[in-house]
Design a protein around this ligand. Structure first.
Ligand code: NAD
Length: 425
């Protein structure tokens, strides 16, 4: 079993640390935020992620998982160093590598000879070489090992991945990294670092493309009288297409797809190879979120001015508390720009949210709908299907539901007296 340091205690770092410890390795996770480390050392998790708390509890009790402040503190004495820090979008669309380079600089002096630094953050092509340069350590290998987990099922995805990708010019180092996953039954793809880095961006861009395809087809279905779920089911049965990621919604978002598609466009530009269709996917997604808000405007009489809209769902998907680049937030911004006031409820969000200072966030779905002119469902939380829609109808000013996730039962809504507007049906 190996000694591993994990730099960054976020969605990826905490999951990586807890899962490696679960597999039997000795792990030290570092962050720069004192409150996160204090919370973790007090047994509290700073994020919502199914199954993660149990793994952290089990591994800390077994003495295989610790949390410390500062990357150097974690990396001293470790054999593998996982960089799991943010790579957000910078002003020109490219991935901002400043966190990654800072973390690499912090650990450079304490790395044991023959240890391996692993990029798990999503990074543009050539970053493996850039990290080597920042480290300035010819006795330490740098390996790319991108992460494909989904928030909401991160632990499950880490422990049961579709594939593990490892990229390095140093075959021995790549094999050592692959060996950390020995207990996991999955295909391991060992490749060069540039291909490994690109596999991650290509995968996310393809998934975003599938979602945009479903959203565009949903709009067409509405015009021609087809049901998008029937169309996607019929398409998805074709094994060359596959049925996942074909659900229409209010638009895609989250902490990865928007920044990763933008970064891929920049990677292509820098290589004099324009990826026009990815630019088009990004533009179509922005247009789809505007269209979702326009649908609400249409249902409340053509204008949002003075309308009171109830929203269920703020996170970018169910099962997470992550609000980064949530399509729900973007749609609400359009509603507010049109003159509406918004009261929102989300099972994982409490209190005011910085991105939407004028939106009242309430803890009860029934409180959110009081006197509302329409209810808009923007996140697919299963909890919403349990709410008594007869009570909802009694509390609202007008019985209108715009279900941007096609989550609620049409028959239940209709028998409660609602006008129900879905996506693509
Ligand atoms: P996050 O923001 O949740 O966590 C990053 C953590 O790193 C933060 O807690 C931050 O304080 C910490 N940090 C920053 N600089 C540090 C330093 N010098 N030393 C120690 N800690 C430091 O980010 P995330 O969602 O976990 O994403 C991390 C990377 O993984 C990104 O590149 C992202 O694109 C990629 N990724 C994310 C997901 C996902 O679903 N969130 C999936 C696959 C890949």
């Amino acid at each position: 079993m190996a000694d591993i340091s994990v730099i960054g205690a976020g969605y990826v770092g905490l999951t990586t640390g807890a899962c490696f410890a679960h597999l039997g390795h000795n792990v030290v996770v570092a962050d720069v935020v004192q409150e996160k480390i204090d919370a973790l050392n007090a047994g509290r998790l700073p994020i919502l992620e199914a199954g993660l708390h149990e793994l952290v509890r089990e591994a800390t009790a077994a003495g295989r998982l610790r949390f410390v402040l500062g990357a150097a503190e974690a990396s001293r004495g470790a054999e593998f160093h996982y960089l799991c820090v943010p790579t957000p979008q910078s002003a020109d669309g490219a991935a901002d590598l400043s966190y990654l380079k800072t973390a690499a600089a912090e650990i450079a002096a304490v790395l044991a000879p023959e240890s391996v630094v692993v990029n798990k953050s999503t990074v543009p092509v050539g970053t493996t070489t850039e990290v080597e340069q920042v480290l300035g350590r010819s006795d330490v290998a740098v390996v790319s090992n991108p992460e494909f987990l989904r928030e909401g099922s991160a632990v499950q995805d880490f422990l049961h991945p579709d594939r593990i990708v490892v990229g390095s010019e140093n075959r021995r180092a790549a094999e050592r990294v692959a060996g950390l996953y020995e207990a996991i039954d999955a295909d391991v793809i060992i490749t060069d670092p540039v291909s490994s880095e690109l596999i991650k961006y290509a995968s996310n861009a393809f998934l975003a493309t599938k979602l945009t395809f479903a959203n565009e087809m949903a709009t067409l279905c509405e015009r021609v009288g087809a049901d998008v779920h029937e169309v996607m089911k019929g398409m998805g049965r074709d094994q060359r297409i596959g049925s996942s990621f074909l659900n229409p919604g209010p638009g895609w978002g989250g902490s990865c797809f928007p920044k990763d598609t933008a970064a891929l466009v920049r990677i292509a530009d820098d290589a004099d190879c324009t990826l026009g269709f990815i630019e088009q996917i990004i533009a179509l997604n922005n247009e789809h979120m505007r269209r979702t808000a326009a649908k609400v405007a249409h249902e409340v009489g053509g204008s949002l001015e003075g309308a009171h809209i109830a929203v269920w769902g703020l996170t970018f998907k169910a099962g997470t508390d992550d609000l980064r680049e949530s399509p729900a937030i973007e749609v609400i911004r359009h509603l507010i720009a049109g003159g509406a006031s918004v009261t929102a409820h989300d099972p994982a969000v409490a209190g005011a949210i910085a991105q939407l200072p004028t939106v009242e966030v309430v803890t009860d779905p029934l409180q959110a709908v009081r006197d509302a002119d329409a209810l808009v469902v923007l996140t697919e939380w299963p909890e919403f299907t349990d709410v008594d829609m007869v009570k909802v109808e009694e509390l609202m000013s007008a019985p209108i539901v715009i279900d941007a996730r096609n989550l609620l039962d049409r028959d239940v809504l209709q028998s409660a007296g609602f006008r129900h507007v879905g996506m693509g049906r």
